[in-house]
Design a protein around this ligand. Structure first.
Ligand SMILES: Nc1ncnc2c1ncn2[C@@H]1O[C@H](COP(=O)(O)OP(=O)(O)OP(=O)(O)O)[C@@H](O)[C@H]1O
Length: 347
């Protein structure tokens, strides 16, 4: 478990105090992938850099397992840091060393024998699928391959925790996917706890089980990814949800008076959203049959988080006003969010 207790961090900059992280209380479970999401300057990097004390909290405690690392001596801290790997957006490889030497670098001052180091590096390169590149130099590698080298290097001491600071932000979508897939595999295979800093909702959706939303140095929402994104409370969380969904586009279409949004009498535009897992019932056909309604789906955005559909549909529903009202009630009782976007029901 990674625990933050009343953790704050401020910096003095040009005679001003910047409160980068404010009174954070958090618990991150072992063996899971945690996402930290927020816009630039929210305090994500500062928070995560306090896990390995690259930044020291101004106030509060950071506890890893049974160890309060904020109390450790420099020597014990050096040992503790070996259990924490870190990867960055810019890879931070040595350009004058080849792939093998980059991965072997952290083991240079270990007690391991030359052959042990060789075996270890080969194992790590296999783990990240780069066995055939061990003699290549960073300049001869693609961005995705460089990040794989950095991941292999970060795993040299079999860390229990891997910190990833925007590790996919410099990569194209396809390569991002492959790096995220690799992180997920490492989490499953090695049981390593991963903390992923990102400003992209897609990254969180793709691999994280838990999410922490940060704004202005504060943790404003946290929890299981499905629960946080199915029922976002804070505006910033809603904005992140909207960033990968087209559902809010309906408001623009209405404003632009696009023809599909010009309702006839008896119609209304409804937005349905999944609020809980296991939403497997055929709800659209149910309301259509049960309440004698026509449901015309204009657009939808449904994806899976883990195995559970999340997202929703925007539809034009037509039928008797009373029936539409009852259908809305019916869906809400089934824990489907229903928002009446535009209403031309006649009673
Ligand atoms: N060493 C430092 N000295 C002064 N101010 C700092 C320092 N490090 C961070 N800050 C400030 O703390 C705040 C939080 O920065 P931080 O890098 O943690 O945010 P972030 O959410 O990771 O942003 P980004 O996504 O842009 O990296 C910012 O206002 C930043 O300018």
């Amino acid at each position: 478990m990674i625990i933050f207790e009343n953790v704050s961090k401020s910096f003095e900059s040009y005679g001003k105090t910047v409160e980068a992280v404010k009174n954070v209380n958090l618990q991150m479970e072992e063996g899971k992938i945690h996402g930290i999401i927020g816009f630039s300057g929210a305090g994500k990097s500062t928070l995560v850099r306090m896990i390995n004390l690259l930044e020291r909290p101004t106030e509060g405690k950071v506890i890893l397992g049974d160890t309060e690392i904020t109390l450790l001596s420099e020597k014990s801290l050096r040992e503790e840091r070996k259990k924490i790997g870190m990867i960055f957006q810019q890879f931070n490889l040595f350009s004058s060393r080849n792939v093998y030497e980059n991965v072997a670098y952290p083991l240079k001052h270990s007690k391991m024998k030359k052959k042990e180091i060789q075996d270890k590096v080969n194992y790590l390169l296999e783990l990240v699928d780069l066995q055939d590149k061990s003699h290549a130099y960073p300049s001869q590698l693609s961005g995705g391959q460089k990040q794989r080298v950095a991941i292999a290097r970060a795993l040299a001491y079999d860390p229990k925790i891997l910190l990833s600071d925007e590790s996919t932000s410099a990569l194209d979508p396809q390569t991002t996917k492959s790096i995220l897939k690799l992180l997920k595999q490492l989490n499953e295979k090695l049981g390593i706890t991963i903390v992923v800093i990102t400003h992209e909702m897609q990254v969180v959706k793709e691999i994280c089980e838990n999410v922490v939303v940060m704004e202005n140095g504060e943790v404003v929402e946290q929890g299981d990814v499905f629960n946080v994104f199915a029922n976002p409370v804070k505006q910033i969380t809603k904005d992140f949800v909207d960033s990968t969904s087209n559902l809010s586009k309906i408001h623009e279409l209405i404003e632009e008076k696009v023809s599909i949004t010009k309702l006839k009498e008896g119609e209304c535009i409804l937005k349905f959203t999944y609020l809980e897992r296991n939403a497997s019932e055929a709800l659209v056909s149910q309301i259509s049959r049960k309440f004698n309604l026509d449901v015309n789906i204009i657009f939808g955005n449904i994806e899976l988080i883990g195995e559970h559909p999340i997202g929703g549909l925007v539809s034009i529903v037509s039928g008797e006003a009373k029936n539409i009202t009852e259908a809305i009630e019916y869906l809400r009782n089934k824990n489907v969010g229903v928002e009446v976007i535009l209403d031309a029901r006649v009673s």
